[in-house]
Design a protein around this ligand. Structure first.
Ligand code: GDP
Length: 331
């Protein structure tokens, strides 16, 4: 594969080149990984900056309907929109909640939109790297807004929040009890809560739910880096396309504020460090689970179980062996 050519075509905004590059970064093959690294290195410092928006919500809350409506509104404003999905269910079962090809038909036909379903069958750690690289590729291809969608389960929300400039949580109208169901940690990550389905019979409930969440948000820790009124809760209707413009306005207000105050770049810098540390951990863990260290791990584990060694002494011993092995490998 001609990496120079691919890189030039991505910078020229060619969608097929972008799709190919994403397939390349998603591949598990060692030669593909080498090419992907070379490509990303080549594209580094292209100077383009998209707004990365993470979006989470439980299945059925209206994520695809929202993204379709919101995405079309943005392309209507002349913006180029990319949609990436992170679906932890596909990593576990090989089946996908988000990968359904019939989703977002209108947006997928839009010349200024690019939709990429979740890579399937890989570990969450691997998904994180691929999604981050996918974001970099979309940014290089000149997209203005990158929406990163995830299902509200497990660790995937933290992961998406750590690669987004803004994090949105989509919620359904609900009784007061259900409000408790949203984990505090997830609320704390959100910049804007969107109570969807504020239409028809559900509208009064949506308005009440929104007020409840607004109250709950006021009880959360203050964020000195953001304007006082954030994080905030808004009602929207993805189906009737109501409230989308206001939501976009709020996103821009928060983004502009953060840019003016250095927090936008600051957040990206912090995220870069977070991912560096996460990569170190993941890589080390992966190496520790390979032979011959893996065998030593099993053996030492058994010794710890039978009380021959303490957990900390065994851990020291294992890391000692690992360091010895890697020194020998390098020599
Ligand atoms: P996802 O699983 O989060 O992607 O949810 P979908 O976008 O597939 O929507 C789930 C269901 O909720 C579908 O039947 C949608 O038509 C419906 N839905 C989505 N948005 C709205 C909305 O704004 N109002 C109403 N009334 N229904 C909606």
């Amino acid at each position: 594969m001609d990496i120079d050519d691919l890189s030039n075509r991505i910078l020229a905004g060619e969608r097929r080149a972008l799709a190919r590059a994403i397939t390349l970064v998603e591949s598990g093959r060692a030669d593909h990984r080498t090419q992907a690294t070379a490509l990303l290195e080549k594209l580094r410092g292209h100077g383009r900056e998209a707004l990365r928006i993470g979006l989470s919500g439980t299945p059925g809350v209206g994520k695809s309907t929202f993204i379709e409506a919101f995405g079309c509104m943005l392309t209507g404003l002349g913006l180029k929109v990319a949609v990436l999905a992170v679906d932890p269910s596909s990593a576990r079962s090989g089946g996908s909640i988000l990968g359904d090809k019939t989703r977002m038909e209108r947006l997928s036909r839009d010349r200024n939109a690019f939709i990429r379903p979740s890579p399937s069958q890989s570990q969450l750690g691997g998904v994180a790297r691929r999604t981050r690289e996918g974001i970099d590729l979309c940014e290089a291809a000149g997209f203005d807004v990158i929406l990163i969608e995830t299902v509200g389960v497990g660790q995937s929300e933290t992961m998406v929040a750590e690669m987004s400039d803004l994090f949105l949580l989509l919620l359904a109208p609900a009784g007061g009890d259900e409000l408790q169901g949203v984990k505090r940690g997830i609320m704390e990550m959100a910049d804007i809560l969107l109570i969807n389905k504020a239409d028809g019979d559900l509208k009064p409930t949506a308005i009440r739910t929104c007020a409840d969440y607004a109250g709950a948000l006021r009880l959360l820790r203050k964020r000195p880096q953001d304007p006082q009124e954030f994080p905030k809760a808004l009602t929207v209707s993805a189906v009737e396309e109501n409230g989308l413009e206001q939501a976009w306005q709020e996103m821009q207000t928060l983004t502009d504020w953060r840019k003016d105050n250095g927090h936008f770049a600051g957040r990206r810098a912090q995220q870069a460090r977070y991912w560096f540390e996460s990569e170190v951990r993941e890589t080390l863990l992966a190496r520790l689970s390979r032979e011959p260290v893996k065998g030593a791990m099993t053996q030492l584990g058994a010794q710890v179980e039978s009380g021959v060694q303490t957990p900390s002494a065994a851990a020291e011993a294992l890391l000692g062996q690992y360091l010895q092995i890697s020194t020998v490998e390098r020599a």
